[in-house]
Design a binder for this molecule. Structure first.
Ligand SMILES: NC(=O)C1=CN([C@@H]2O[C@H](COP(=O)(O)OP(=O)(O)OC[C@H]3O[C@@H](n4cnc5c(N)ncnc54)[C@H](OP(=O)(O)O)[C@@H]3O)[C@@H](O)[C@H]2O)C=CC1
Ligand SMILES: O=C(CO)[C@H](O)[C@H](O)COP(=O)(O)O
Length: 478
């Protein structure tokens, strides 16, 4: 086939690509060319959705020939080598002026490298984070494109037409140049990890503290979803907890192996935060919690280590559940605050002009972390675009102030009962760390100076100083 009948193409037709292709095809005026490495997925998509009018291609040459010029193709394949292989193949058959969009999850330094390399051929390359899972890809995801301003002129209208809409606005914005879009998607996923872990800890605390069944806890989450915690993740948690296993009749959550997988975006968020010097401790704990769960041999080796000697029953179940709700909300504020802090630091490091308020708005619909309180984040940045710390904005400071006593009680309960709550505890430690007037970092500086002459600064005068620890212990200016 060689008629240039399609105005856009999708390469990679697994769950995300197939649904994104259907989303594109459902929009007025679009004809979508589709290509997959193995032809089975292409054939299945085309035969299952004749209404979409797909133009199937079975080679990159056919795919290029089916697209009107300048060509636009969205890649939705596995991160890493698969993405590189697909880009290389497209570059072979595309021409200067064409646009290649990587809509998968990519590590942003890869996106920066790929954009640079593809630009040399005259072809435009755009890394665009896309969130929303299967349902979002089909009905409207949240889209975080990077790339050049010129590419955005062509791509903007297409992406706006397929994105989710929240409060009348499409959930897509030109995030910034080169890797900015994938950077923001990476942090989105880091927040997603934290939010999921916090919800899982809340479930565990309630289940172990009150003995309620998963179905009963599902009702609690459904109730929480009608208040300030309203979010997609709380909603689907209730659905998962309500589900019974057909084979055993047991709650599904009890027959799922308790080892959480991870495809890498959480680890990228933490690695990047470490290199930027941004303390995303809640996100890090959530990422490590998945990794801890996935070491059965170590868990087996630790099983007989002693725990608390006395049981710590919950006296007042209703009050305890409310405490957990408040602890969850407070910790969630910390997770988002840490994530936005990482985006702010990344933008400064890489020279991206990222509008944090616009990011909070495009996360209000379509994506996995969509939540009612993103409106509050948007308001905070509208009021103070250069906000140094999201959780210190008046609305969040007030919410943390109201929730902090409950948060402490929950962390104390978890500690006394021997229930791991790493995301709750580390979020609280972050909150207390930032609000502390003095930190023991002063002692760490003293230790560093003692063993390595690393010097320290003083509270009372400018300059760097060193104590002659192995001499007469007098202080010298460094
Ligand atoms: N699943 C989700 O909820 C979300 C996924 N994403 C991201 O979207 C992208 C697509 O995700 P998903 O739909 O889950 O699919 P997968 O990540 O499972 O990737 C499968 C697709 O990649 C293709 N592929 C694998 N290796 C190669 C290769 N060497 N060359 C060419 N194609 C290759 C497969 O082709 P074949 O059929 O021949 O094996 C298939 O089309 C990923 O980057 C993912 O991280 C983003 C948001 C949400
Ligand atoms: O990007 C996503 C959602 O936003 C994907 O669902 C991603 O796969 C989630 O990450 P992980 O598999 O590590 O849980």
């Amino acid at each position: 086939m060689s008629d240039r009948t399609a105005n856009i193409g999708v390469v990679g037709l697994a769950v995300m690509g197939a649904n994104l292709a259907r989303n594109l095809a459902s929009r007025e005026g679009n004809t979508v060319a589709v290509l997959n490495r193995s032809r089975g997925r292409t054939d299945a998509l085309v035969s299952e959705h004749p209404e979409a009018g797909f133009v199937p291609a079975y080679s990159y040459e056919e795919f290029a020939a089916s697209l009107a010029k300048p060509r636009t193709a969205i890649i939705m394949v596995q991160a890493g080598a698969a993405t590189d292989a697909t880009i290389d193949a497209l570059v072979e058959v595309f021409e200067p002026g064409d646009i290649i969009v990587d809509g998968g999850n990519a590590y942003f330094p890869d996106t920066i490298r790929r954009e640079r390399a593809v630009r040399e051929t005259g072809i435009n390359f755009v890394g665009a984070g896309i969130s929303g899972g299967e349902e979002g890809a089909l009905n409207g995801p949240s889209i975080m494109p990077g790339g050049s301003d010129e590419s955005w002129v062509t791509l903007g209208p297409i992406l706006k037409s397929i994105a989710a809409v929240a409060e009348g606005e499409p959930c897509v914005t030109h995030v910034g140049h080169d890797g900015a879009g994938h950077f923001v998607k990476m942090v989105h996923n880091g927040i997603e990890y934290a939010d999921m872990q916090l919800i899982a800890e809340a479930y565990d605390l309630i289940r172990r503290g009150t003995g309620k069944s998963p179905a009963e806890i599902a009702e609690i989450f459904a109730e929480w979803n009608r208040g300030e915690l309203e979010s997609y993740l709380i909603e689907i948690t209730a659905e998962v907890l309500r589900q019974n296993d057909a084979a055993t009749g047991e709650p599904l959550v009890d027959v799922i192996l308790d080892q959480a997988g991870a495809k890498g975006t959480g680890a990228w968020t933490v690695q990047t935060a470490l290199s930027l010097g941004v303390p995303v401790s809640g996100i890090a704990e959530a990422t490590f919690a998945r990794s801890l769960s996935s070491h059965p041999e170590q868990r087996e080796a630790a099983r007989d280590l002693p725990g608390p000697s006395t049981a710590t029953p919950v006296d007042d179940e209703i009050a305890f559940v409310e405490d957990v709700r408040q602890a969850l909300y407070a910790s969630k504020i910390v997770a988002y605050s840490q994530g936005f802090d990482e985006i702010r630091a990344g933008a400064a490091e890489y020279g991206w002009n990222i509008d944090l308020g616009a990011i909070s708005k495009i996360w209000r619909g379509g994506c996995i972390i969509r939540a009612q309180f993103l409106n509050r984040i948007a308001e905070a940045y509208a009021e103070q675009p250069e906000l140094p710390l999201l959780m210190a904005a008046p609305y969040f400071a007030d919410a943390l102030g109201r929730g902090q006593e409950a948060w402490r009680r929950v962390v104390v309960h978890a500690t006394n009962a021997g229930i791991p709550a790493p995301a709750f505890s580390s979020s609280l430690a972050y909150y207390d760390g930032l609000r502390a007037e003095r930190l023991p970092a002063a002692l760490v500086q003293g230790q560093r100076d003692f063993f390595g002459a690393h010097t320290y600064r003083r509270v009372d005068r400018a300059g760097s100083f060193h104590t002659l620890w192995s001499g007469d212990r007098s202080e010298v200016e460094a």
